[in-house]
Design a protein around this ligand. Sequence first.
Ligand SMILES: [Zn+2]
Length: 307
Amino acid sequence: MRIIKAGTTGESGSAEEMAAINAFAKAQLTPEEIYTFSVLLCDNEVDRDFERFTEKTLLELRELFVGKTGITDHDWSAGGQKARIYRTEVVTDPDRKNSLGMPYTYLRGYAYMLRTQSNGDLIAEIEGGIKKETSVGCSVAASLCSICGEELGGGSCSHIKGKQYGGKLCYAELTGAVDAYEWSFVAVPAQRGAGVIKKLDPGKGLSGFVGSEDGSPFSKEFETLSREAALGRRYLKQLRRETLRLALLLDRKLHDALAGSVEKMDEEQLEALKESFDVRLASAFPPLTQLPGRNQVVKLVGDEYKV
Ligand SMILES: [Zn+2]
């Protein structure tokens, strides 16, 4: 995330801008009293955590970042070194594509700060073109899998961020902006972790960790466990279906009564139930070999069995 130097748009200090700024200021400020610049807050690019904001999320964040303050790490105790975002816009660059081939879109925040003595150094640095990074924080409601569209790492998704599936990269689509937090200037541009700090409500879970840089050594193990868990879920589903099928053979009412509750039973309970149904069915319907007619010849027409 970088600071885009102000002045390029030529609108700084205009009546419209001043009205937007003064909507947040306690006193009526004049153009001479303030310094304005703009920052790139976040974009639709897949970042190093293999996450990206959708264009819709950027539009939602646009509202949330207005009025948010930024702090510098120059001198935390100074307190006065604050900038505030007074206007935001979502910009699409027609000449630039992101890594997915989509038009590059970003959220731009316009900020102002007071031209006080304590802000002097920072203003000089921004003016002088010394590269400054900003770090922003926000939270989103969901992190959806780019492969299957389900919640990443949720019940039905076993994909892992950063991996390729059939030549397609798995990444998270951050959707449903919930909140935007304070943003800050970071002194060392190349600092790891600088940039957008995203939070997922309610919590990213294990798959989020495995998809992150810290968690990547565990991704192989997680993948195996996910596959096994999926297998287990399929087995349970099958067991439920089979138990219900046996219940239906015994008694329709029994089946209907059980239909809802089998969903809550674990494997042990289901196995026990199925076994008791098996026993009851065996006595209710004795084996076919004891029925008359077992030696009847059944005519098979070969054509019907073509595979
Ligand atoms: Zn998935």
